[in-house]
Design a binder for this molecule. Structure first.
Ligand SMILES: [Fe+2]
Length: 156
């Protein structure tokens, strides 16, 4: 059934495209955070291990909301790793010999990339009639800002 909620097809294309990129970025970041949860070592092992778990758990919840928002707009959500890697602005963590400090820095850089992209995406969405997605992306940006702060605080 066609979605009839007062957003033009052109606007849905813009906002759902932004959501698809966010979904891809959050997946790559989710896997990277989980990779670090498994492979972190060092004197603060348990602290970092648990901190990374908290962050990837939060990302998993955010991912679900992003994909489902695409469905509210009447668009199919991408659901394969190939699509996520292809659409993401982030690069996967392939190096297994990363120390905890570099793990924190790498995750911080990825959150900052997402925050900056969202900030300009929100401006683009502001020109559409999709006020719900503007609000949703703003909440996502705020959540990434908080996660970035948590990572940054470890590096002071
Ligand atoms: Fe675990």
């Amino acid at each position: 059934m066609k979605t009839n909620i007062g957003i033009s097809e052109k606007d849905v294309k813009i906002t759902s495209g932004i959501l698809a990129t966010l979904l891809a970025d959050q997946h790559v970041l989710y896997v990277k955070t989980r990779n670090y949860h498994w492979n972190v070592e060092g004197e603060n092992f348990i602290q970092h291990h648990e901190f990374f778990e908290k962050q990837y758990t939060q990302l998993a919840e955010m991912i679900d909301e992003v994909a489902e928002r695409m469905r509210y707009l009447g668009v199919k959500a991408p659901g394969t790793m190939a699509e996520f890697i292809d659409a993401s602005q982030l690069v996967e963590a392939k190096d297994k010999k990363v120390n905890a400090k570099d793990m924190l820095s790498n995750l911080l850089a990825d959150h900052e990339t997402i925050i900056k992209a969202l900030r300009s995406d929100i401006e683009k969405c502001d020109e559409t009639s999709d006020a719900g997605t503007v609000d949703f992306l703003t909440a996502n940006m705020q959540a990434h800002e908080k996660m970035a702060w948590m990572l940054r605080a470890h590096l002071m």
